[in-house]
Design a protein around this ligand. Sequence first.
Ligand code: MG
Length: 269
Amino acid sequence: MKFRLLSFAAFLLASAAVLAQDFEGGHFRSGIDWKEPPVITSEAVLTPPPSDAIVLFDGTSLDAWEGAAWNVADGTVTIEPGTGSIRTKQKFGSVQLHLEFAEPPLKTDENGNPTEFGQWRGNSGLFFMDHYEVQILDSYECETYFDGQCGSIYKQLPPLVNVCKAPGQWQSYDIIFHRPIFRVENDQIAEVVRPATITVIQNGVLVIDNWAIQGDTYYHIPPHYNLHGDKEPISIQDHGTPCKFRNIWVREIPDATVVPLQNKLQHYE
Ligand code: MG
């Protein structure tokens, strides 16, 4: 009975959430009234790759990537706007990832006022498994919807704090990502046995705390899972602005860590 009451409460909450969703202008909004993440300051953490890391960008070439020819110079790679996203040739499941990024200089008019705003200022993104975006954006003294600002899981969860640095300054992401586990029947997801989870540390500060990702991070529709492999490329988004990156590496997390969970689920079936 207790379970039924809880289920009913969950149903009511879910219904309210659905009713509050907003598709105005083809732009999906969850309807959740998030509070603005407090602004704090911290320094980037510039960690060289550990000895067992797979280096994805060491400052000299994009050999580990495919998709577009972005500009590699002076130890950094800069998005060539309009050429498309890049993705790793190697596929990954669960990983620890380190990446350093810098937002492009602020564009201003003759009076020194910014001419780019919100999602149009320094937008890129780091996609795990080519499906799940950690937003990269210039959120330094620049407002947008909170679950779309830098450090958010795009359109799902705002960062706990806004620890963004000014354009041109190097920032760091250290991320722990665990892949989702699907039960598959007839080439379709029969059950999300375990959602993907993600922890994001930006400039040494926790901004996403072990969030259970709700599915693909769409712009125009609510998140939902789509079937994909146990390993997929990591990709970086071209959203039309010249963000810079350097020092990108990953360490794979073995799937062995999820086997006990699967066994437990089977036990309770
Ligand atoms: Mg983006």
